[in-house]
Design a protein around this ligand. Structure first.
Ligand code: NAP
Ligand code: MG
Length: 486
């Protein structure tokens, strides 16, 4: 195997320019080869402090602009970034490990989300209540919060950030963002590109480095008014506890274990295809992913055969090879965790119909690969049902009827997404009402729309991203009473 050339980067982007972090270097590993390809110094609390001060200065001018003016400036910056999609795709594949195909979905989607909020910047309207009393009107004013801290994980570095950056900037805030310590490069380049495209310096700062130091320095920084977090439930709960001091605003997009219910009257072919796509996309490393399938007994064999067949046919390999459908997991630890969940489940029972190990191709031996896996009918309450499986392994259960399916779907601490496949309108409506989750897709792939609010129930977090609702989480509202009587 050829060794990689090790590149370096100063690690942060502050006040419109690259900024040399003062912390220890972090080695970035190519997940497809296991080799170090870059070294990036981590930020320290002092670097975070510099970023916050710059953001506070930039906020003063930015928040004084009209909303549509902010939208126009952001729109021009996004148009510039759009000319560099291929470069961003390559960076993302390299540091994250995902396939070119998946990166070509992620990068345009991130830029689309920014554009969506540029459009909304011209459409925002508020509430007005005439005649609260004779001669007295009321209206609701919205003001930006100030400096917003955005902390995101490594699975979708750019879309998860865009979900926060777009409403935050359009609403008039400045942002300090922290990508995962293992995926800083695409985000740093995106910030540079938006700056080249005319986004004023200091509005979008990126500090890279480990969560425990850089992330906590953000969460506890008195100059940051709100933390928008996407990541695991334990870290989210820890952040919410830290943020309680200082009554810092927090939104939490956390883990998920999305159920899919396939009824006996479903379009079974389409459902099986959506299940495979929903589970193996991004090598299963997605918060919204089909993580548990509950299928009616009478169509179970057909569904299991179809999903197992798809899992076995997926082409596994390095993300940068054309035609590869499933890349490596992001880290060796992530791969080992999924393997362990599958093993602990199979030790209790269930039938392995696909995968269940790393591939035996010697070419892939140094990367963090794991075969697309299907486990059928493990015992209820096994690790693959109760824990979040963040990789390409899918459990499938046969169920008697609709009520059992709903009960099992809800028997999870999580409540992020969910889906149901049925031709019965009554069942579809009931599923939408009864499943405890922030999204229910009916006869649809699990696609997230910028138009609709998205956010978890239960241990999947609180607060909404996407939709006009996102603005509520980047502004304070004020009720104003105007008494105009002489
Ligand atoms: P994680 O460990 O919670 O990390 C997420 C981010 O938080 C990273 O930037 C991480 O930095 C940082 N961080 C870690 N410890 C911190 C601390 N003590 N204080 C402040 N920040 C800290 O998440 P992960 O396990 O890497 O990512 C996968 C998880 O994200 C899964 O549970 C997945 O379901 C969830 N997720 C949810 C959504 C959603 O929208 N609901 C979307 C995608 C993913 P470092 O990585 O540099 O340590
Ligand atoms: Mg982590």
């Amino acid at each position: 195997m050829t060794s990689e050339t090790i590149t370096t980067h100063p690690g942060s982007f502050i006040d419109g320019a690259p900024h040399e972090n003062r912390g220890a270097p972090i080695a970035l590993v190519n997940p497809a080869t296991g080799q170090v390809f870059a070294e990036v110094p981590g930020a320290t609390a002092a670097d975070v402090d510099t970023a916050v001060s710059c953001a506070q200065r930039a906020f003063a001018d930015w928040s004084a602009l009209g909303t549509a003016q902010r939208g126009e400036i952001l729109g021009r910056a996004v148009a510039h970034a759009e000319e560099h999609v291929d470069e961003l795709v390559r960076l993302l594949v390299r540091e994250q490990g995902k396939t070119i195909r998946d990166a070509r979905i992620e990068i345009p989607k991130a830029l689309d989300t920014l554009t969506h909020y540029v459009g909304l910047s011209k459409a925002l309207r508020g509430a007005h209540t005439p005649m609260l009393a004779p001669g007295v009107d009321g209206y609701v004013l919205r003001r930006p919060l100030g400096v917003v801290g955005a902390i995101v994980p490594w699975n979708f570095p750019t879309t998860l950030l865009a979900n926060k950056l777009a409403p935050a900037l359009v609403a008039g805030n400045a942002v300090v963002a922290k990508p995962a310590g293992t995926t800083p490069l695409t985000t740093l380049r995106l910030a540079e590109l938006l700056g080249e495209g005319g986004l004023p310096a200091g509005l979008f700062n990126v500090v890279s480095g480990p969560g425990a130091s850089v992330g906590e320095a953000m969460v506890t920084h008195p100059g940051i008014r709100k933390i928008a977090f996407t990541g695991s439930t334990p870290v989210g709960e820890h952040i919410a506890a830290l943020a309680a001091k200082g009554t810092k605003r927090v939104t939490l997009e956390l883990g998920g274990s999305d159920p899919m219910i396939i009824c006996d009257d479903a379009d079974v072919t389409a459902a099986a295809s959506a299940a495979a796509m929903g589970r193996y996309y991004n090598c299963g490393q997605a918060c919204l992913a089909i993580k548990r399938v509950y299928v009616f007994d009478s169509v179970a064999d057909e569904v299991i055969e179809a999903i197992t067949g798809k899992a076995k046919r997926l082409k596994v390999g390095p993300g940068d090879a054309e035609g590869v459908q499933l890349g490596p997991l992001h880290t060796a630890r992530q791969r080992d965790e999924v393997a362990d969940q599958v093993e602990r489940t199979l030790a209790l029972g269930g039938e392995l119909t696909a995968g269940g190990s790393a591939p035996d191709d010697p070419e892939l031996a140094d990367g963090f690969f794991y075969l697309p896996t299907v486990v059928v009918d493990p015992p209820a309450g096994c690790p693959m049902e109760t824990e979040e499986v963040f990789g390409p392994a899918l459990p499938i259960w046969r169920v008697r009827d609709f009520d059992e399916a709903i009960e099992r779907a809800n028997a999870s601490p999580f409540g992020l997404g969910s889906s149901v496949w049925t031709r019965s309108l009554a069942r579809a409506r009931q599923a939408a009402e009864r499943i405890e989750a922030g999204y229910t897709w009916i006869n649809s792939r699990t696609k997230v729309y910028d138009e609709l609010p998205f956010g978890g129930w239960k241990s999947s977090g609180y607060g909404k991203e996407h939709g006009e609702e996102a603005f509520d989480y980047y502004t304070e509202s004020k009720s104003v009473v105007v008494a105009g009587r002489e």
